[in-house]
Ligand binder design. Sequence first.
Ligand code: C5P
Length: 228
Amino acid sequence: MSWALMPAAGSGRRFGGEVPKQYLAAAGKPLIAHALGALLAHPAIDGAVVALAADDPHWPGWTSLHGKPVIACLGGLERADSVLAALRALPASVPEDALLLVHDAARPNLRADDIDKLIDAATACADGAILAAPVRDTLKRANAEIRIEATEPRERLWRALTPQGFRRDLLLRALQAARAAGVMVTDEAMAVERLGLHPALVEGREDNLKVTTPADLALVEFLLARQS
Ligand code: C5P
């Protein structure tokens, strides 16, 4: 059994504007509808929990999509708090060893073949797995004056994407430990790494973009329109 968890409680400060970025439209639908739809259309996913901001006026109130349950819950201040809240809102019938796929609401161009690959890897690896893309640019470390201090070797560097897949019991343990230590994690794998574990990296599509800027929105609009 697999469920999706979707943190969607962010305010989208970096994007600017009144509407949080996950509710901006691309190819006729809000980004979150694309992201949630891609997960729930997949035959291996049984349902989804979405973590929302308090009194979110934009949430369309879905209780099911593609014939599968959608549960809404209240998110938290940080991403990890929102994912923890979603974990706690899972139905009791979801077993401890169920695979959970955590996916950003603002990452709308998720394709079924990437979900297949991730599920295979996260099932095979006890430490879980994440979609990721190899770094292609040359990376510079800056000093305090924003002058180049060093060039970082990029051979073993990857960009973390989502979904990220972990067993229910492992994800809960990892996020609770990070919070207890007061460590801010920017993805779920980082919390799992802190336990000394090594989630697998699964090379995913480069166009599984997270919308952070207006330029990203234009790009996903193009990518999504091309598919429909
Ligand atoms: O801000 P960022 O792009 O990293 O957000 C990634 C995802 O985490 C978004 O879907 C956002 O809504 C979600 N998030 C959340 N709760 C927060 C902060 C971010 O659910 N407190």
